[in-house]
Design a protein around this ligand. Structure first.
Ligand code: ZN
Length: 292
């Protein structure tokens, strides 16, 4: 089977659909009509992309897109509020949308054997997320410190000398270089103890937007001109301070904890990764420590 028969999308009460082990090259946007769908399996096909309309499946609990040709996941997946298990092993994913950190029901995330060089800064911030498998992403050298207390699989990570062809900011500490997501525009250091004005302005706007019960969406922001890219960042911060929870937009203060120096070292032998705490200020980065 190369395409999904459209008639399937008329089955509005269908709860489980398994189209694994076919030759599917695309999924039609009409899949959004399967409003009752709870389990969708598309493993072992030839999918190069997924339709954003998957994000309209509000009942979806399981999504398996392993063994395809995916280079990205749709940002709109974060609207699948019921999603508990997301599996995308053995694809060609370069990064994960940071919006996925807003999936508050997600319990298990499996992204083994992809091309990930970075993970979203907030990954693991949700207490519901307990299982994260990113084994065999050879370019991945840094895990967000939120993952320290979770069940993680990272065998085969960080073994590549070359990080990525993408131009990414990096945090150098001796031999170790951990790339940062492209949304992070600057790395705070000890010598720049004051947060840049743009960052302060965005934190203030974000705080104003979320503390007022009258303005809940981006459309009700004060009538000032903000570049679209910054507006999108305002709606979904690049991350939250691993120490105090403050929203962060363009600047982070990272601190690296090499795995070999942590209590988990003995459990992860064939790997070379670090935990990275991303903080909002030099004060938080100094106060941060890894905790189980
Ligand atoms: Zn902080």
């Amino acid at each position: 089977m190369v395409v999904v028969p459209e008639a399937i999308c008329d089955l509005s009460k269908l709860q489980s659909l398994d189209l694994s082990d076919n030759a599917l090259q695309s999924i039609c946007p009409e899949i959004r009509r399967l409003r009752s769908l709870r389990h969708l399996r598309l493993a072992n096909n030839r999918l190069k992309c997924l339709p954003p309309e998957l994000g309209d499946l509000q009942e979806l609990e399981t999504l398996d897109v392993s063994m395809n040709l995916l280079s990205a996941l749709p940002e709109r997946l974060h609207r699948c509020h019921a999603l508990q298990c997301l599996t995308a092993d053995r694809n060609s994913l370069h990064c994960l949308p940071r919006q996925l950190c807003q999936l508050h029901s997600l319990n298990e995330l499996s992204m083994a054997a992809n091309r990930l060089a970075t993970l979203p800064l907030d990954l693991g911030r949700s207490p519901q997320l307990q299982f994260v498998f990113v084994d065999n992403n050879v370019h991945l050298k840094g895990l967000p410190s939120y993952l320290y207390s979770k069940v993680i699989g990272c065998s085969g990570c960080g073994l590549s000398a070359q990080v990525s062809e993408l131009r990414l900011l990096s945090v150098a500490r001796g031999e170790l270089s951990v790339p940062l997501p492209p949304e992070v525009q600057a790395v705070g250091s000890e010598t720049e103890a004051v947060v840049p004005l743009q960052e302060l302005a965005m934190r203030a706007l974000h705080h104003a937007q979320h503390s007022s019960s009258l303005c809940r969406d981006a459309n009700s922001l004060p009538q000032i001109l903000i570049p679209r890219t910054l507006l999108e960042l305002l709606g979904c911060p690049v991350g939250h301070c691993h120490h105090c929870g403050q929203s962060m937009f363009t600047v982070v203060y990272p601190r690296i904890f090499p795995l070999r120096e942590t209590a988990l070292a003995g459990m992860h032998l064939r790997t070379r990764v670090s935990f990275v705490a991303y903080c909002c200020s030099i004060q938080c980065v100094r106060a941060f420590d890894l905790q189980i």
